[in-house]
Design a protein around this ligand. Sequence first.
Ligand code: PRX
Length: 646
Amino acid sequence: MSDIHPVDPAFAAQARVRKGDYERMYAQSIQDPEGFWKEMSERLDWIVPPTKIKDVSFDPNNLHIRWYEDGQLNVSANCLDRHLDRHGDKTAIIFEGDDPGESRSITYRELHAEVCKFANTLKNLGVTKGDRVVIYLPMIPEAAVAMLACARIGAVHSVVFGGFSPDSLASRIADSGAKLIVTADEGCRGGKKIPLKANVDESLTRPRTNSVETVIVVRRTGGAINLQSPRDRWYHTLMEGQSADCAYEPMNAEDPLFTLYTSGSTGQPKGVLHTSGGYLVYTSLTHELTFDLREDDVYWCTADVGWITGHSYVVYGPLANAATVVMFDGVPNYPDFSRFWQVVDKHKVTLFYTAPTAIRALMREGDAPVKKTSRKSLRLLGTVGEPINPEAWNWYYRVVGEERCPIVDTWWQTETGGFLITPLPGATDLKPGSATLPFFGIVPAIVDAEGRRQEGACSGNLVITDSWPGQMRTVYGDHQRFIDTYFKTYPGNYFTGDGARRDEDGYYWITGRVDDVINVSGHRIGTAEVESALVAHPKVAEAAVVGCPHDIKGQGIYAFVTLVAGEMGSDELVRELIAGVRKEIGPIAAPDHLQWAPGLPKTRSGKIMRRILRKIAENQPDQLGDVSTLADPGVVKNLVEERLIK
Ligand code: PRX
């Protein structure tokens, strides 16, 4: 029996959605999706309100996903202009730098002016509707400004996380055909400098990046950089004298808003494309109801804008709701392990949203760094990115929230745009480790390997049976890949790539990825990408990468490497190979363990049996299952004996 935390009656009394409301609204959303989503669309300001609400088919032979297709709106106008009358002087962004001495606040009116000026800057540089713009910035307000300025003029942004290497950046530039890049001289995290501009320079020496005409550089640290004229321009110089008026572009609801690259089972990361109307309806609604947002809340989501959480729940959802958002450019342990809670106290944060990996890392330091802060302002906590183990959940609940704050464990994906399975804090009893129940309009199902739908309490693969407005629309430049990846495995359904269990109360428990994706600290790493970075080394013949348990990161990366004949493994070569992965992809993809494999377990047709490698990496050598179908069952014995986690 799992632990149950019933909804706190005092919380529920004030909440936007209460028990009973949830059941009623959920039933309505499923019985009459058109009516429900029409009503929900009215939360936005439309230039032309939609009359066609939903036109969807999940049939792989006739796949199409359209929401609000005859509506017109502008996302930046919805996040800014429409708030000016009532909320012009309200704080939109509280910026907190890496250095605890650095913070500033920006009102909605100021943010609007800055976005208009930057939109004019982009226009002057020849950026027009439909052009792609890469944003490679730290967690500074200029990142939100750049995103919203693109949205204002109809340019499609592609934010690349600042921790990605020049090679990863280059492949995203090449795939998107970006005309312009917005970056900073350097980033600064945990007291360390990140050479963002130098990384851009290096990426632009790579093939297929010559679409880039301009690089705009925000001065963040003042560190020395190389400015190449006429390509590279300072942000502050370009902004001088720009008008703070910029008419927004009327956009069709289905016009692209952004692409964001994410890893999958195979090949290069794919550009997940989100459109304008449905995405903003969905992110703003989920943000408001899941966080039970109120007028005077101070909301802090610790995710970087380089990930979907930063898009949907640092920028678009909260700003569409006229929320006050904390943007933090630091890390949880700098200058010390109290930092999160110091920031909570400093800015009187009421809603706090972070990842289980951060909670586990802080939990390891004990209660003292938390307890020396007040945290009285907090009224709700959230988690995202990976399953949260009940131990971490309980610590978060008991020590951080002092048993006063409900925890919303939000399950979703880059592809889903917003939360699909999540508690609503005034309506849903909580069970530590469960993302609980579906959001309005979401019909999850659990299927077995053959696609047969399971009923009642069961476990299997998680699919979603019908569309919701925030769903991705395509893989940028490769619609067939979109169909093949998500709609072919279980025809008629969207396949999430996750496994899940449903309990007797209908609660969902996400068990993790069932494909070749590893979830490291809440970040998706494709095994294929790490393998191709390893085999790029001339001494490597073959590599197979799987996930392994990791106390802090949730999952670590475990690599099995076969060297070319005649080469010998050494500690130095291990370091060299790991350095190669860091360089090729970025530090987040660096293997935690690298084991030499004289041979890899393969079927007679040559397919690597990852199931066996996973068990070895999980230190469960007695659960390898049937190895008799292997071409050479002997290779397993060596791998088991030499395993690195025992
Ligand atoms: O495996 C699930 C896990 O993260 C994956 C999505 O990763 P990404 O697209 O990078 O988006 C992360 C932020 C939404 C999912 O397929 N995941 C995300 N949230 C949870 C989770 N697993 C369990 N519980 C969650 N709350």
